[in-house]
Design a protein. Sequence first.
Length: 347
Amino acid sequence: MDKYDFYRTDLLVENEEMVRHRTEKEKQKLKDSEGIQFDEQRKGRVILTSVKINAEGEKKIGKKRGTYLTLTNPTLTHTDREGLQEMTEMLKLKLTEMTEGITDLKTGKILMVGLGNREVTPDAVGPLTMDRLKEIVPLYYSDEGSELFVYAPGVTIQTGLETADFVKALVNEIKPDLLIVIDALAARDSSRLCKTIQMTDTGIHPGSGVGNSRKELSRETLGIPVIAIGIPTVVDGPVLIADAINTLFSYIASKIEEESHPSSRLSVGNWLHTPNKDADRTKLVPIFGDWTSWPHEERVQLFEEVLSNHDLNTFISPKEIDSWAALYAETLTDSISEWIEDIKTSH
């Protein structure tokens, strides 16, 4: 089987090296490894994953050195205002921590850029956030000029200009002390869609998760600190198919495993079994073949090969993506607005 890039993702926690360390023992091994500082804790309903990578770690896992923070609420829904409020508060707190070392923010200039195509809903989080943030610009504007700038440059196919070139021109003109970039991301795990926020001080490669990588936006390319904030809104089609197949196998294996249980014999209607992801799948081999025992990644690779050979490569978003895009624009705006107010009014 040829090697396909079925690890396409914008999330560090879905990097191949991170995925290999899922159990507590493996996580401890990752914590103890040279070049990577790893920490994971739960704050309320939010799982906070912090990864710090130095030069040695960069060589080890192929991710740029710096700090990566991931906020995940596994039970979040588009109607869960309380859960979104938790994400808002945590994002503000972590944004404060990540920018502590940046001087002159109180009186300095902050440029915020929303990447993406507002005409494509899964890619519209950045522009929609800028639409909301522009309402607070007058609060930080005086005769001496503005301390806050917001802009949504669109995408190359709309403007003919590379996004990075556009942003670099803005940086050269405004000379901000900090750039915050907001973008939609691609995930490799469908359970993370619209339930995760990633923050990093390493910058961003727009479009990298969907195989359309553009020029980098980072301290190295722009000469100023860059904080990137992203929301995973799409997942690769083959990943979703593999997830569905895995759920199906778990369902059938659980049903076979519980078939002899007294509860199932007493059932007079549709039998409601208890799903068990760890149910023995060996009994499925005579029905479906050896691929029932394949690792998830190998099934993804199979579907990637099949679909790409038939020009069926797709990226999929949740059916409630309209609501999600608007809600995250609101969440990010609330977090950033409160953070800006804090640093601008601090004594």
